[in-house]
Design a protein around this ligand. Structure first.
Ligand SMILES: Cc1ncc(COP(=O)(O)O)c(C=O)c1O
Length: 366
């Protein structure tokens, strides 16, 4: 049996007609940027998340970067980020000229450890960017308490957590802004690049919109030195169709994860932990094992494709040599990057496919 790490085919087969009609709607209107589809999706997504405003942007990296910029952050400011995240979180910080301060995760949840945040705060710290990694919300009560105490902004990186909740409230609604990616493989994915921010603050929403539109609030009037980062009409139309199915598709991920968690039994493997007061939407089902590369090879030989999130920690990437963080300084990020393996997870995975993955892992002896 061949099992990909991710497949869009079951979703595409089910939604093909809806996606085609979305495409036709846009062609018929002959309006491709900043039009009715964008407006409709923004309204729907804000409502879905329980936020007042949503602003579509070009991708998830820009969603974080423009939020930080809208908050007035830049050179001379320190921004706290997790040491184990996708590099985009940190690129957003360095793009605006600010300094990222990497804080280690809680090894049980893989999310930034609030207990370690306060130690990293200096008089230059201006913001925290918690990442709801793999689809599990961070410990937001504690993070927001620290932010309030030290008067820090919070921009949530929700790129992997569309629809996830913490104590009943959707991610992205705790901080000043929530940043989303609609990269095709995300839980809510476009058919190309896309992103959005949500916020309850009209000034932030207006500023992000202007910054992503050449810094213009009114045609040919430029109040900021902005860039070009907009959600196009086609992607907004596709996202409107796909949003209708997000909860149902997340529930399928939750079902697959529950099967993995209850049926994978192999003493060499550490399974991910779900915290009880959260809805984890399982963008990634991350297991860990000391013999990760051998498990990866064994699964590949058995037709199962896996992935690693992420094989090289941020502080060991060539582009971040200037942070001067030596190997060994962030042991948990290093431990996760050398032991983590992501199992196949996508809407439409059949029971036979799930059985096969579980069976192969349970029979792995190394
Ligand atoms: C945690 C995280 N942050 C930010 C991003 C950036 O999103 P995009 O690829 O849409 O720029 C991604 C996804 O790639 C991500 O996983």
């Amino acid at each position: 049996m061949n099992i990909p790490f991710v497949s869009f085919v079951p979703m595409e087969n089910e939604l093909k007609e809806d996606l085609k009609s979305a495409f036709e709607r846009v062609i018929k209107r002959s309006w491709y940027i900043a039009g009715e589809e964008d407006k409709k999706f923004e309204e729907n997504y804000a409502k879905y998340c329980g936020a007042k405003y949503c602003v579509g942007v070009g991708n998830g990296l820009d969603a974080i970067m423009l939020s930080l910029k809208a908050l007035g952050l830049g050179e001379g400011d320190e921004i706290i980020v997790p040491s184990n995240t996708y590099i985009a979180t940190v690129l957003a910080v360095t793009y605006i000229g600010a300094t990222p301060v990497l804080v280690e995760p809680d090894i049980q949840t893989y999310n930034i450890d609030p207990e370690k945040i306060e130690n990293a705060i200096t008089d230059k710290t201006k913001a925290i960017v918690p990442v709801h990694l793999y689809g599990q919300p961070c410990e937001m009560d504690q993070i927001m308490d620290i932010a309030k105490k030290h008067k820090l902004y919070v921009v949530e990186d929700c790129a992997q957590a569309h629809g996830a909740t913490y104590k009943g409230k959707k991610v992205g609604t705790f901080g000043d802004a929530g940043a989303f990616s609609f990269y095709p493989g995300k839980n809510l994915g476009a058919l190309g690049d896309g992103g959005a921010i949500i916020t309850n603050n009209l000034d932030i929403a207006n500023k992000v919109r202007a910054l992503g539109n050449y810094g213009s609030d009114y045609k040919y009037h430029h109040i900021y030195k902005g860039n070009n980062s907009r959600l196009d009409e086609l992607q907004a139309a596709f996202l409107t169709e796909k949003l209708k199915h997000l909860d149902r598709m997340n529930n399928e991920r939750i079902r697959i994860a529950a099967r993995y968690s209850s049926e994978i039994v192999n003493e060499k493997i550490i399974l991910p932990e779900k915290v009880k007061d959260r809805v984890h939407v399982w963008h990634i089902y991350a297991i860990r094992t000391k013999d990760r590369d051998s498990l990866e090879k064994y699964l590949r030989e058995n037709g199962i494709t896996t992935n690693k999130h992420y094989p090289i920690p941020i502080h060991m990437q060539k582009c971040y040599e200037d942070l001067e963080i030596k190997k060994g300084k962030l042991p948990l990020a290093e431990e996760i990057s050398s032991t983590e393996l992501s199992l196949p997870m996508y809407y439409g995975m059949t029971d036979d496919e799930i059985d096969y993955v579980i069976d192969k892992i349970n029979n792995w002896k190394n």
